[in-house]
Design a protein around this ligand. Structure first.
Ligand code: KIV
Ligand code: ZN
Length: 520
């Protein structure tokens, strides 16, 4: 590999990305992101647009002073005051760059700048010359190159290089091109601009039609050697090409592109999370590379395949972008192989696993709850269901009514040694009504001493675990109940106590008539 086969990564999260945020970033916030960009080993950090505000000037200057490693670049329109401000702000950097730009398409020339082609060429020449007199590294961008007449674009690129630009950027400012059209633009520049070999051709693609990444990597295939991008693809309107996508495409498909880039990909996830947090810009779960589902497998067939060989459904490892592990979503579509694997990874020994009994319980919970989290699994293993416990009393039916202006009432039906009894009661709330109805069925007094409810898994349908402490004439008992419904969890916890008392009553005579004390 030579430098010809190396693609420079120019990060503009702090300039183009920041433009799209509802509020500008503070210097401190920009420094945090810039530090992570340096960890990521981007080649260039575009730190801001110094003339745009005093705050932006200070941000660029501070980054230029403090961040070591990447080239520190500032943006400037092709006018003197912008270039001078940019030169001053970037000067403290060991390797500063001035990035000056001018709209070159007919629309920009006629509607925005009101300049002829000749006037624009003169502005390009003057801006690049001035920038070169202030800084050894100058980049010129032909804004809206994607809609610029081909002959004129060739002249603009030639002029910029002739006056000292070492990088010339071809932005698709409004995300209008397609991969084939963009390839033809880059081919034309490579074939028709006589001094093109004296500069790096860069691309900067916007995502208005969802083609920013495709257009960028197509340009690389056709000779572009700098790609401008942002973390998570943030930027004007629909954003810019996402750094993580461009970089992982070049890495994963090196066989096709035959180029390298210097990014430490294991820092990608950290950068993505930092930008989400600092910019208050979440990414969609199915976002390529960094979305929360990007390394999650849901279907039973996929999970089984990944357990057998990761490469069946993973084209890159989670570790390659800095994630610890992939994610297997346990749902009703997950097979028993997957459930066994997860239980083992949670520490259960093979001898403790009775999948024939456990798997149907898992499926029942998954049908009710959607995703089953690790703590749901543990709860299911550790807190046996009511049916398993109910050796004397079995709760068969529970119906409660409550709400504003309604007296809370509960009706329960409980089976006990071949008989079924139903009772109803009202109470201070639906849980109180339920325990009173159960008391009426079992016929022995129980005093509730403590009641504790925890959410033991994530999501709207989280499982609740109720722990209670109750006192009866036999002693003090604890009960636990788990369900996605808190009244049902409370009833299960109460029935847990009822059955412990019943067991105690049954076995007390065998214990020499002594009253047994239930363990707390
Ligand atoms: O989209 C664009 O054209 C830009 C330039 C300033 C490079 O952001
Ligand atoms: Zn842009």
């Amino acid at each position: 590999m030579t430098m010809k086969d190396h693609v420079l990564i120019f990060d503009t999260t702090l300039r183009d990305g920041e433009q799209a945020l509802p509020a500008s970033l503070s210097v401190g916030q920009k420094i945090r992101i810039a530090r992570q960009l340096a960890q990521l080993k981007v080649d260039v950090i575009e730190a801001g647009f110094p003339i745009s505000s005093p705050g932006d000037f200070v941000s660029v200057e501070t980054i230029a002073k403090e961040i070591k490693g990447p080239i520190i670049c500032g943006l400037a329109r092709a006018v003197e005051k912008d270039i001078l401000a940019c030169a001053a702000a970037t000067k403290p950097a060991p390797r500063p760059r001035i990035h000056t730009f001018l709209g070159t398409s007919t629309i920009h020339r006629e509607k925005k700048l009101r300049r002829t082609q000749e006037e624009c060429l003169a502005m390009v020449a003057a801006a690049v010359k001035l920038a070169r007199s202030k800084c050894p590294d100058v980049q010129f961008s032909a804004e809206d190159a994607g809609r610029t007449e081909r002959d004129f674009l060739c002249k603009v690129v030639e002029t910029a290089i002739k006056h000292g630009a070492s990088t010339v950027n071809i932005p698709d400012t409004v995300g209008y091109t397609t991969p084939e059209i963009f390839a033809a633009i880059i081919d034309d520049l490579m074939n028709r601009v006589p001094n093109v070999d004296q500069a790096v051709i860069a691309v900067h693609c916007h995502n208005d039609l969802g083609l920013a990444t495709s257009n960028s990597i197509t340009a690389v295939k056709h000779g572009a050697r700098q790609v401008e991008c942002t973390i998570n693809g943030i930027g004007e309107r629909a954003g810019n090409a996402a750094l993580e996508e461009v970089v992982m495409i070049l890495n994963v498909r090196r066989d096709h592109f035959g180029v390298t880039c210097g990014i430490d990909t294991t820092e990608i996830m950290r950068a993505s999370k930092l930008v989400r947090e600092v910019c208050s810009m979440p990414v969609q779960p199915n976002k390529a590379v960094v979305g929360s589902n990007a390394f999650a497998h849901s279907s039973g067939i996929h999970q089984d395949g990944v357990l057998k060989a990761r490469s069946t459904y993973e084209i890159m490892t989670p570790q390659s972008i800095g994630l610890l592990e992939n994610k297997m979503n346990l749902t009703s579509r997950s097979g028993s192989h997957m459930v066994r694997n997860r239980l083992q990874s949670l520490g259960y020994a093979e001898k403790d696993l009775d999948l024939e009994t456990f798997y149907p319980k898992f499926k029942a919970l998954a049908d009710k709850k959607g995703t089953v989290y690790d703590d749901d699994l543990v709860a299911l293993m550790e807190a046996p269901t009511l049916e398993d416990i109910g050796d004397t009393y079995k709760l068969e039916y529970l119906n409660v009514t409550g709400g504003m202006g309604v007296i809370p009432t509960a009706t329960v039906r409980i089976a006990c040694e071949g008989k079924v009894k139903q009772e109803a009661a009202s109470g201070d709330g639906v849980v109180d009504a339920t325990t009173k109805a159960i008391d009426r069925v079992v016929g022995f007094p129980i005093e509730l001493k403590d009641y504790h409810l925890d959410a033991i898994s994530e999501g709207r349908e989280a499982q609740g675990r109720v722990k209670i402490v109750a006192v009866a004439s036999e002693g003090t008992f604890t009960g636990v109940g788990t369900s996605t419904d808190i009244v049902e969890a409370s009833a299960k916890a109460y029935m847990d106590v009822v059955n412990k008392i019943a067991r105690m009553r049954k076995y007390a005579p065998k214990l020499g008539g002594k009253r047994a004390r239930a363990p707390l």
